[in-house]
Design a protein around this ligand. Structure first.
Ligand code: PRP
Ligand code: URA
Length: 209
């Protein structure tokens, strides 16, 4: 599908394998979430605009590129998306950070919004929406809907593990956004969990189960 990038880098594949394991504890799971987010952002931010500036090296004056334009916006979907933020800020420390709070109803699996605070001038920023899990796609679609309502235009969605169904739902609902995923897993189970997946990403990042 157009606009979908599936990460092929062996470092990302390796780190995802370690994340999946039941015996990977909270500290290690959190570190891996951060590291994978950073590696994925390196790819997702490859089209940031640059402008040449004049500088002096110890050898001679020259022109050299720096990032141009408004600072990018990073928007984690609460809770689990929070685990990806610090990895991305280590690459782009001056990025603005918005938050979208959504939880999935356990029976219907539909997302419910409970919080939304986004940076100003969204229409001028490159926006990275973060959630480690793209399962049915309901949360991702709702988050992108909200960002578009706030005038966001240049939107990329990043998730570490996606189910085929979520990927299709998101790309059909928002064909204009870019989607970056670390791995596409087999399917969803009857509880709309990704198989083989890694369980509940929020609980594993925050140690709540
Ligand atoms: C998880 C996950 C996504 C959502 C994915 O969050 O972090 O936001 O489910 O599922 P979907 O693609 O079917 O919408 P959850 O609602 O469990 O909330 P939490 O992050 O607070 O645990
Ligand atoms: N949310 C998760 O955290 N894990 C899944 O497998 C599906 C939704």
């Amino acid at each position: 599908m157009k606009n979908i990038t599936i990460m092929e880098h062996p470092l990302i594949k390796h780190k995802i394998t370690v994340m999946r394991k039941t015996d990977t504890g909270t500290y290690e799971f959190r570190k891996l979430t951060e590291e994978i987010a950073m590696l994925m952002a390196y790819e997702a931010l490859r089209d940031l605009p640059t402008v040449n500036i004049k500088i002096e090296t110890p050898v001679e004056p020259c022109e050299s590129p720096v990032i141009d334009g408004k600072k990018p916006a990073v928007v984690p979907i609460l809770r689990a998306g929070l685990g990806m933020v610090s990895g991305i800020l280590s690459l782009v420390p001056s990025a603005k950070v918005g938050h979208i709070g959504l939880f999935r109803d356990e029976t219907t699996h539909l997302p419910h919004e409970y919080y939304c605070k986004l940076p100003q001038s969204l229409e001028e920023r490159k926006i990275l929406v973060l959630d480690p899990m793209l399962a049915t796609g309901g949360s991702a679609v709702a988050a992108v809907d909200l960002i578009k309502k706030h005038n966001g235009k240049d939107i990329s969605f990043m998730s570490i593990i996606a189910a085929p169904q979520g990927l299709q739902t998101l790309s059909q609902a928002h064909p204009d956004i870019k989607i970056f995923v670390g791995n596409v897993d087999r399917e969803l189970n009857e509880n709309a969990y990704i198989c083989p997946g890694l369980g509940d990403a929020g609980d594993r990042i925050f140690g709540t189960k």
